[in-house]
Design a protein. Structure first.
Length: 71
């Protein structure tokens, strides 16, 4: 068997407009994924930080002040 290597030209040229569109789409996708991960993790972290800031032994809220019946 005689094997020969043939090169097939690949037509993959991106002009300036196509390249900028591809780069912009990639950056938008990357930003969306990053924001989704940050948004997904932010709420539990915020709850954990808030729980750490609040003192553990808080007195129960007092009853609202009553009006003086004498006027």
């Amino acid at each position: 068997m005689n094997e020969t290597t043939t090169f097939v030209p690949v037509l993959a040229y991106l002009g300036p407009g196509g390249a900028l569109s591809a780069i912009g789409s990639f950056l938008a996708l990357l930003g969306a994924i990053l924001l989704a991960v940050i948004g997904f993790l932010w709420y539990p972290i915020k709850r954990l930080l808030r729980r750490r800031r609040e003192p553990a032994n808080q007195p129960p809220p007092s009853a609202p002040p009553q009006e003086d019946p004498r006027g």
